[in-house]
Design a protein around this ligand. Sequence first.
Ligand SMILES: NC(=O)c1ccc[n+]([C@@H]2O[C@H](COP(=O)([O-])OP(=O)(O)OC[C@H]3O[C@@H](n4cnc5c(N)ncnc54)[C@H](O)[C@@H]3O)[C@@H](O)[C@H]2O)c1
Length: 256
Amino acid sequence: MTPTPHTGDTLTHRLSGRVALITGGARGQGAAHAYRLASEGAVVFLADVLDEDGARTAEELRSKGFDATYLHLDVSSPDDWQAAHRLVDDKHDRLDILVNNAGIVDVTNLEDLALDTWNRVLSVNLTGAFLGLKTMIPLLRKGTGSAVVNTSSIFGPSGAIGYAAYAASKAGMLGLTRTAALELAPDGIRVNALVPGGVSTPINAQEAQGGVVPETPLGRRADVTELAAAVAYLVSDDASFVTGTELVVDGGFRTR
Ligand SMILES: NC(=O)c1ccc[n+]([C@@H]2O[C@H](COP(=O)([O-])OP(=O)(O)OC[C@H]3O[C@@H](n4cnc5c(N)ncnc54)[C@H](O)[C@@H]3O)[C@@H](O)[C@H]2O)c1
């Protein structure tokens, strides 16, 4: 049974005053992360290419009394990242939390996979996180308890037929995470990877037969709130000695 999503009423304010930027924040897991982090006291920036959805999600958060701003940010664009840096810098002069969550999927067997498709998936899923980290390091250095979460996938460590580009990008996220954790530890910036199993979001709406559900011991997809709880932990001071690691939230998929 899926637990009841948090309303925010019963949460402690572990992230009071922290400034957070969540990519892919317009919908799905990113919107849930924004909601959860705002519920714990963070000021949130939701970045996405789906401007209508993003503006609506930010408006919903503001209607609950949270401080939420939507910005257009194609994570594969260095110029868009520079604009995001300027916006956050002008408003807050620092960034405490970066969640590199934006992602796209393509399902094509390797032999038929076009180079353009490969490049596009890598540029959003992996280069997007690299650009986000690289651009925001100076602001993260000025943050309090600064923490980064990079969203990988169970297909990163495992692989899956038809998912060559996606799995390569998500495996790359793990290498990027470990290296960033090593390089940024002296600055007190923690960097961890979130490794979700199947989650009910639009990205997998087309998947046949429930995707990974038959191979998931808990026998269902996760609700987005279950991933958001993991992200909130990773970026909070409760995880102050946790860096360079992977938090697997997959209903037991990897134990099979
Ligand atoms: N849903 C799952 O089963 C699952 C499992 C493992 C990992 N993931 C990963 O979780 C993350 C969130 O996905 P989701 O499940 O919420 O799906 P989703 O499709 O609802 O959300 C992805 C978001 O990323 C945004 N996005 C796409 N390209 C972008 C770009 N160039 N710049 C900025 N934003 C962009 C989309 O507009 C969308 O809002 C992704 O990285 C995905 O690969 C999902």
